[in-house]
Design a protein around this ligand. Structure first.
Ligand code: GDP
Length: 195
């Protein structure tokens, strides 16, 4: 995918701020620090459009990026950050839940995990929740450059087994450093958004 235009549109704090031009949306979910901003930047070939977060877990907004005037990436707030209060967590849940359940133009959720470590309970809960509501998912195992190639398959297997990934869901090995997985992920996104 040749990205010729990538624009940050809005940090939305509620549904009345979501864009209304009807373009399909692909949301990105994952624990804070998993590498969401880095993945967005790699996908759109920009160094710094999606800010790599300095205070993880603090931003309770949905960040909309419009790509080539054709689709949106919607960056969801990172979950599972230890330093937020229980109340903040609950609010996170409600805000995200209503977006994920009610947004009719949402086509897929890209769920990021760190390929180096087994997915956490938060990751498993997220995957479970998305499958329960039949939201299409693509699991992206990122930071692949941080482990030797000889261990990739073993780690991917661990991700699949821990999350109980269904056979129909794709698992893409990714690296924001090297660009590994970028073309494959664009292929899946374009398939889903009907481009
Ligand atoms: P976010 O909180 O999920 O948006 O995570 P960031 O994109 O800010 O990434 C968190 C940290 O992991 C940063 O220091 C990134 O440079 C680093 N990082 C993210 N993705 C990769 C990757 O694929 N490879 C390597 N080596 N580092 C990465």
């Amino acid at each position: 995918m040749n990205v010729t235009q990538a624009e940050f549109i809005i940090s939305a704090v509620g549904p009345d701020q979501y864009p209304e031009d009807g373009l399909p949306e692909v949301a990105l979910a994952g624990r804070s620090n998993v590498g969401k901003s880095s993945l967005i930047n790699k996908m759109i070939q920009r160094k710094n459009l999606a800010r790599t977060s300095s205070s993880p877990g603090k931003t309770q907004t949905l960040n909309f990026y419009r790509i080539n005037g054709e689709l949106y990436f919607v960056d969801l707030p990172g979950y599972g950050y230890a330093k937020v209060s229980k109340k903040q967590r609950e609010e996170w849940g409600k805000f995200i839940e209503s977006y994920l359940l009610k947004r009719d133009r949402l086509r897929m959720v890209i769920m990021l995990v760190d390929v180096r470590h087994p997915p956490t309970r938060d990751d498993a809960a997220m995957y479970d929740w998305l499958t329960h509501y039949e939201i299409p998912i693509c699991v992206v195992a990122t930071k692949a450059d941080k482990i030797p190639r000889s261990r990739w398959q073993k780690h991917i297997k661990q991700v699949k087994e821990t999350l109980l990934v269904r056979g129909t869901d794709s698992v893409v090995l990714f690296s924001s450093e090297t660009g590994l997985g970028r073309d494959e992920l664009w292929g899946l996104i374009l398939e889903r958004t009907g481009q």
